[in-house]
Design a protein. Structure first.
Length: 364
């Protein structure tokens, strides 16, 4: 019998009980003002794309040289879940939809029974043949609200099946929500927090810090983010790389990272105001929360605490603060990249220099 030597251990493997941390750095501070957060705030970015740190840092440094910094206006917030109901025909589905809307106040009362933080904000519907899609929109306090919305929707669905004639169960989620997919409905109606971050950068700072002009950035924004995205068939999306900053913040703060799919939708707007640069990022789908699944992890707890998102505030204010900080972070990275791309070769030179210099040396 041939005895084979035991295989050598794989020294590159990580034990199953020892997760590999994602390289994380605190960047900033970013100067933020607006209706949901204010002050100079450092932000954690968890990413393997090391050039993201200095890129966001450049935008953050610029924010500190402007009186109001980056102004973030939170304009709406709602978490959605759509249920699917089946009827014999479209006529029955339409009658059922009218009956459901007539029961709005009743459904609001029922929603409050599912959670003390859940509030039914609105109901929308769509009919396709005999199929009735009902999109419930909820306020969910400081939670991102995935589970809270599903729990409430499940309760409402059971109630409707019992009290509205002609309907049968289809699904507790009918993809009209829409969760973790880039869709027109989310871009139009919003899902999560809807925020706009904006900054007015004086001509001297555009030239000195960004090494470009307002006219060149505004021109590139039209040609790249608007026309280029249109030709590519983008869905309610006209930006350079929102997803990079969103993923880095989401991972560092315990969010459901798959929500960057709808979160990456949004519009960058830039215009030349007499040599000064007005620059804004509008994000209609910021799905963030400061309580709930994932927020109990020590690193996440520490990050949210340092961000000031675990303070004693009225319900919902901590999540709104996190959304504002996230939107400002997106603007920092978006502005820095757009400025770099107005200069031939700058983007690749910067990436190469930073990645070669950093190697595996990451700060945790």
């Amino acid at each position: 019998m041939t005895v084979r030597p035991a295989p050598l251990p794989d020294r590159t493997a990580v034990p199953a009980d020892r997760p590999t941390p994602i390289p994380t750095r605190w960047v900033g501070p970013i100067r933020i003002s607006g209706n949901a957060a204010s002050g100079e705030i450092h932000v954690p970015l968890a990413t393997y794309e090391t050039p993201l740190w200095p890129s966001v840092a450049r935008g953050a440094g610029l924010s500190r040289l402007v009186a109001d910094g980056i102004k973030v206006t939170l304009v709406d917030e709602r978490m959605t879940r759509s249920v699917l109901l089946e009827a014999p025909d479209a006529e029955t589905a339409y009658a059922a939809a009218r009956a459901i809307h007539d029961r709005t106040e009743e459904l609001r009362r029922l929603t409050r029974r599912s959670s003390r933080f859940a509030e039914l904000l609105g109901i929308r519907h769509e009919i396709t043949g005999p199929l009735l899609f009902v999109r419930f929109e909820f306020a969910t306090g400081d939670a991102a609200g995935h589970n809270m919305a599903t729990l409430a929707a499940d309760l409402l669905l059971a109630h409707l099946l019992q009290h509205v004639p002609g309907l049968a169960y289809g699904s507790v989620s009918g993809n009209y929500c829409t969760d973790k997919k880039a869709t027109a409905i989310n871009g139009i109606l919003g899902r999560g927090k809807n925020a706009t971050a904006e900054i007015l950068v004086p001509r001297s700072l555009v030239a000195g810090r960004l090494r470009t002009t307002a006219a060149r950035i505004a021109r590139l924004n039209v040609h790249k983010n608007l026309v280029g995205t249109l030709l590519a068939g983008g869905v309610r999306s006209a930006n350079a790389h929102y997803a990079n900053m969103l993923l880095a913040v989401y991972l560092a703060t315990g969010q459901d990272a798959a929500n960057i799919v709808e979160g990456s939708q949004g519009i960058t707007y830039a215009t030349d105001r007499g040599g000064d640069l007005y620059f804004s990022c509008t994000l209609p789908n910021l799905v963030v929360g400061t309580v709930g699944n994932g927020k109990h992890l020590p690193a996440v707890e520490a990050a949210l605490t340092r961000l000031g998102c675990r303070d004693e505030r009225p319900t919902g204010q901590n999540a709104r603060r996190l959304a504002a900080i996230t939107a400002a972070t997106v603007l920092c990275g978006e502005l820095s990249l757009m400025a770099a791309q107005t200069n031939p070769g700058e983007l690749m030179r910067t990436h190469t220099r930073i990645e070669r210099a950093s190697g595996d040396r990451h700060e945790h």
